[in-house]
Design a protein around this ligand. Structure first.
Ligand code: ADP
Length: 259
């Protein structure tokens, strides 16, 4: 099977700090990859490069086999990639309905009622109803997350290319209590199984429950390198000292402790 997204020898520095150092990463259709590692390791940076929001300093990004030149705004990808941002990134001054339908309201010729009906459908898919008129400040953190999921899966029904083929989730359970996290983790898996929604996602997380419940494969990022890749089951059997230290939350081991 060919990868749907492929990073080849991707490097990225901010100032003098090398964040990603010649990283190779392949994402396969229908699979869920979770990138893990300590805070500041560069996990979100990988997602932003895959989304085409940030350029690598060197290396190549292939989307469905086509090499991307520059950023997403410079040249369109052959498939759609959607991103769910860490802080939900909803517009505070817009209602839930206006947030979820934002791109269609702005850039499509669909009439208002059609977009409203689409928004209602997408909100139902993430388990929300009757909240279209509310503002983000009136929602719980978990609900805001779900609204941001609904926005990520919004698509123009007359333009099938709009449907995301890959969803990127940046820390979807950060800041949520354990029960709200479970709801979100279940939802990620549920969406993956829905016919109209793509089955491929890349997630960044350092929350153990989220990693275990939403990953098919796990990649460990540390010191600019992907130092380990394995299945969820292999987390408990690997002798990789980075993975062992990360999951035992130990201060002893090769991962430098930053105070
Ligand atoms: P993670 O997601 O693993 O916590 P990030 O990818 O967000 O890590 O960031 C990796 C490092 O790069 C951090 O030290 C962060 O401060 C730095 N960084 C990220 N984006 C920028 C930027 N636009 N300018 C400068 N430094 C950045």
């Amino acid at each position: 099977m060919d990868p749907i997204v492929e990073l080849r020898k991707i490097s990225k520095s901010f100032g003098n700090t090398v964040i990603l150092d010649e990283i190779d990463l392949s994402i396969y259709p229908g699979k869920a990859l979770v990138v893990i590692g300590p805070s500041g390791a560069g996990k979100s940076t990988i997602l932003r490069i895959i989304a085409g929001l940030l350029s690598p300093d060197s290396g190549e990004v292939y989307i469905a086999g086509q090499r991307r030149r520059g950023l997403i705004e410079d040249s369109p990808d052959p498939i759609a990639i959607s991103m769910v941002f860490q802080q939900s990134a909803l517009f505070d001054s817009l209602t839930v309905e206006e947030n979820v339908g934002f791109t269609l309201f702005q850039h499509s010729k669909l009439d208002r009622q059609t977009i409203r009906d689409l928004v209602t459908k997408k909100l139902a898919m993430v388990g929300l109803s009757d909240i279209g008129d509310r503002y983000p400040a009136q929602l719980s953190g978990g609900m805001r997350k779900r609204v941001s999921f609904a926005r990520a899966i919004m698509a123009n029904p007359y333009n099938p290319q709009d449907n995301p083929d890959v969803i990127l989730y940046d820390e979807p359970t950060a800041g949520l209590d354990p029960i709200a996290s479970t709801v979100i983790e279940d939802l990620v898996r549920q969406l993956q199984r829905q016919e109209q929604i793509c089955g491929t996602y890349v997630m960044v997380s350092h929350q153990e429950s989220t990693i275990r419940r939403t990953a098919d494969r796990v990649a460990f990022l540390y010191d600019g390198k992907l130092s380990w890749e394995g299945s969820v089951a292999e987390i408990d059997t690997t002798d990789n000292p980075f993975v062992q230290q990360f999951f035992s939350a130990s201060l002893q081991g090769p991962i430098r402790v930053v105070n």
